[in-house]
Design a protein around this ligand. Sequence first.
Ligand code: MG
Length: 299
Amino acid sequence: MSSIRFLPDTPSRLLFTDLDGSLLDHHDYDWSPARPWLTRLKQLGIPVIPVTSKTRHELLPLRRALGLSEAPFVAENGALVGLPPAWCHARLERDPDPDGLVIKSLGVDIGFIRQRLAIWRHRLDARFTPLSELPLDELVACTGLSEPEARLARRREGSEPLLWQGGEAGLEALRDGLAGDGLRLVRGGRFWHVTGACHKGEAVRWLVRRYTALRGHRPLTLALGDGPNDIPMLEAVDQAVLIRGHHDQPVAPAQPALYRSRVAGPAGWAEGVAHWWGRDGHRGESALSNPAGQGEAMA
Ligand SMILES: [Mg+2]
């Protein structure tokens, strides 16, 4: 491995990343093209922080497999943040879960969301199926998840996906109703998601504030994502990478320091990290050396 190229006055860094279609391949969840950079960032002590729409229970095994167990994470599109011990205030957060994590809710409780959805369904005679009411075999059929994965996807804490079966007008009426409860209806892929007033960008800002409070200085931040729900995250950081997507939804973050990757998935992820932080990127004085020539092959 080549030498570290930080200058003494280089700020510390945080990397925030979407998973599906970004660090993980959209089709088979492979991340091998990103592995050299993950190894390099770990050696340099730079946290790689997953920011995902997945539930905490879906994310935890992935996080272990990716070697990211020392970094915090954001689950359910910003509804909750998981903090390992080094990210906790010792006097505030004393009761970690069995995984050693402290879970902070940035949104609203799932019980409130489900209760209000039931009320609005009755009032509006709205036609939708919340994920929690979808039979397991139907969830497996419509997501392609395995049955154990589908069970983990149903263990929700701060957001409820739903399959909408009505028309446009009904959807607007539901959106208005939920807004009065302080809830949002946001578009995902197959599902609409009901959440509190939280999103990926708010969760990223929360973690940057926490880091700054604990360390006494603000870090340099990079975020990578491919979807519309990544826009607030890409706008909340210093440098951003929009990874070429497998969808046709427009993604146009208001971010002057934006790099659009040429390739999709984890190869685009490595290309994006190399663009901002690689030796040959010429992005200022503090470039990191590229692991295994990553990024250069794509130039
Ligand atoms: Mg994605």
